[in-house]
Write a protein that binds this ligand. Structure first.
Ligand code: GEK
Length: 244
């Protein structure tokens, strides 16, 4: 098993900051990176387990879409009580899926897990009682997001649930600025320098596209979900629960 390393990817000045990619270098530091960058991440992962205990139906599938190293997969795996469930983790990064295979193999949970290397835009969702998009939709082109959500909603059984966590933006400019500052303070308190914050910011600028909570709520309804609202928020990071 690989030891998780500290994230120092943007610690030194780069002559040119290239677009962020979920490659081997990111895989090696990923648990440290996401914990120090996303306020509330550990709480959200823990609560995904809590929700899996409640919503996973017997003989159904639970999807972890953009599973990275399987944090949400493991949270679901350890809390699902329903019989004969299968968790399907999907990610389009070969490096993520390869490491995730090792993480799952080293875990003793009994619920079956299948990992698929694929874009979530083309993955077939069927017989699902739960789907998780934990900070993944934000990396999909905005024009493709409605189709992704429709595909998930169509594949969910009645009463099935989608957990959608995203970095968000606010229409109110002073509030947007405040949330950005509070997020940067959070990163600084977790040991990131101003240089690291600035270089990471420019690496993800055209890749991670955040939207407002209203945009997300409306799109989820348009995709066919009947009940939609926020269950967690810390600064500009939020998680929505959408029920079919
Ligand atoms: C967690 N959910 O730890 N199709 C499939 N995967 C994708 C796509 C795509 N089109 N685009 C990006 N990804 C995880 C954290 S990280 C969030 C999710 C972050 C994958 C990408 O390879 C990466 O593994 C993941 O989505 C986003 O709960 O790094 O901010």
């Amino acid at each position: 098993m690989h030891k998780n390393q500290a994230d120092t990817i943007y610690a030194n000045p780069l002559s040119e900051v290239s677009r962020f990619a979920f490659d081997q270098r990111v895989v090696d530091v990923f648990p440290d990176m996401i914990k120090r960058s996303v306020p509330g991440y550990a709480t959200i992962i823990n609560m995904i387990g809590n929700l899996a205990e409640r919503y996973a139906q017997a003989d159904s599938h639970c999807y972890d879409l953009g599973c990275s190293l399987g944090a949400a997969t493991l949270a679901m795996r350890h809390r699902i009580q329903a019989a004969n469930c299968k968790i399907i983790g999907v990610d389009n990064s070969a490096a993520m899926i390869a490491r995730c295979q090792q993480v799952i193999a080293a875990d003793s949970g009994e619920v079956a897990v299948e990992l698929v290397e694929s874009p979530i835009q083309t993955v077939k969702i069927e017989n699902a009682s739960m789907a998780v998009l934990n900070f993944t939709l934000q990396f999909i082109a905005t024009a493709e997001r409605l189709d992704v959500l429709r595909n998930i909603c169509n594949g969910l059984n009645t009463g099935g649930v989608l957990i959608l966590s995203e970095k968000v933006v606010f229409d109110d400019e002073p509030h947007q600025q405040l949330m950005t500052e509070l997020h940067h303070n959070f990163k600084r308190a977790n040991g990131y320098s101003d240089l690291e914050i600035a270089q990471k910011r420019s690496a993800i600028e055209d890749y991670l596209i955040p939207e407002t909570l209203d945009t997300h709520r409306q799109r989820l309804r348009d995709a066919g979900f009947s009940s939609v609202d926020v269950w967690f928020q810390c600064f500009n990071f939020a998680s929505i629960i959408a029920i079919k």
